[in-house]
Ligand binder design. Structure first.
Ligand SMILES: Nc1ncnc2c1ncn2[C@@H]1O[C@H](COP(=O)(O)OP(=O)(O)OP(=O)(O)O)[C@@H](O)[C@H]1O
Ligand SMILES: [Mg+2]
Length: 304
């Protein structure tokens, strides 16, 4: 199921001087150089509030670097990044830290702490950043895990979970501080196709349930076409194609079509999420996938 219109904007805590009528995240003429190496040469993006934006591109294209700049872990060499109307270059370290709390991040390999059980992993940001009691924290953790379809797993350790379950635990952790933006670095890499589609569903549901703006870095063109409101193709440091899946399909950008072919997308009409008329068929397929994924998850070894 593809959500075309953005849900109600998240209303809590806009940045100082924020404008809520413009794009949530705006990147203008962004450049990033490490020594002699120009990694990003000219990146422009405009991501709407509550949208799902997918950034695709080959290995070494600069995707992770771009993500690190968006979450304020790296400073741009030139150009600007504006979040809710606020240029992040104008923020001091304290303000930048406060802004970072509005971002949830799901790392490529889930980045769960192996020595901690699920409860402690998910509770971690709340213990660090809030003054809630242990009882309240535990209650909120269990609530969030249940919302994401995880029950009775709080005492398990990450090694006792399947890959898909680990992604969900990582997502629960990223959502604990109620972020306005959630970033996913390669959320489906290393997962089988069925679990990958389940993670895609989870990204869409997370946007629907929590109203977050979602930025996803991916190699997975199939998933991108299904869930994105807007897709950005990053190649050699700049965005060479951007737009909604159907706009991109209509265009004749050579690089994009090469990327599609190398991702195994040969039939464009089947690749884009179908319109409302096909919704029932899609739901049936999802139901089928969910059943299959459940089988996969019941046997952790198969999905790792
Ligand atoms: N801190 C750094 N210092 C020097 N070079 C860097 C640094 N970070 C990234 N690079 C270089 O920037 C380029 C892009 O790296 P980046 O990790 O952003 O690519 P990517 O698109 O995420 O690739 P992948 O899909 O393989 O993860 C690479 O050539 C890399 O060596
Ligand atoms: Mg990367």
């Amino acid at each position: 199921m593809r959500h075309v219109s953005a849900p109600k904007p998240n209303e809590n805590g806009s940045a100082k001087g924020a404008k809520d009528d413009g794009p949530h995240i705006e990147v203008r003429s962004l450049q990033k150089t490490f020594g002699e190496t120009k990694v990003l040469t000219d990146v422009n993006m405009s991501i709407g509030r509550g949208h799902i934006a997918v950034i695709i591109g080959g290995s070494g294209a600069g995707k992770t670097t771009l993500l690190r700049i968006l979450i304020g872990l790296e400073r741009p060499t030139s150009g600007s990044v504006t979040i809710s109307g606020q240029d992040i270059a104008t923020l001091n370290d304290r303000e930048l830290n406060r802004m970072r709390r509005k971002f949830g991040m799901v790392f490529q390999y889930s980045a769960l702490l192996d020595s901690m059980n699920v409860l402690d992993n998910v509770a971690f940001p709340m213990r660090e950043h809030t003054k809630l009691s242990e009882k309240e924290i535990k209650q909120q953790v269990i609530e969030k895990l249940n919302t994401l379809g995880l029950e009775n797993v709080e005492k398990r350790f990450p090694s006792q979970l399947s890959g898909g379950m680990r992604k969900r635990v990582a997502l629960a952790r990223a959502l604990m501080l109620e972020p306005e933006v959630i970033m996913y670095d390669e959320p489906t890499s290393g997962l089988d196709p069925v679990t990958s589609r389940l993670v895609d569903d989870l990204i869409v549901d997370t946007r629907k349930n929590f109203g977050v703006t979602s930025v996803i870095i991916s190699h997975d063109m199939v998933g991108a076409l299904q869930i994105a409101d807007e897709i950005y193709l990053l190649s050699k440091g700049s965005i060479v194609a951007s737009g909604s899946p159907s706009e991109l399909m209509k265009g004749d950008n050579e690089l994009l079509h090469q990327f599609l072919e190398s991702s195994g997308v040969t039939d464009m009409s089947k690749a884009i999420a179908p319109g409302a008329g096909d919704a029932r068929a899609v739901e049936k397929q999802h139901e089928h996938d969910r059943k299959a994924a459940k089988l996969v998850e019941e046997n952790p070894k198969k999905s790792d």
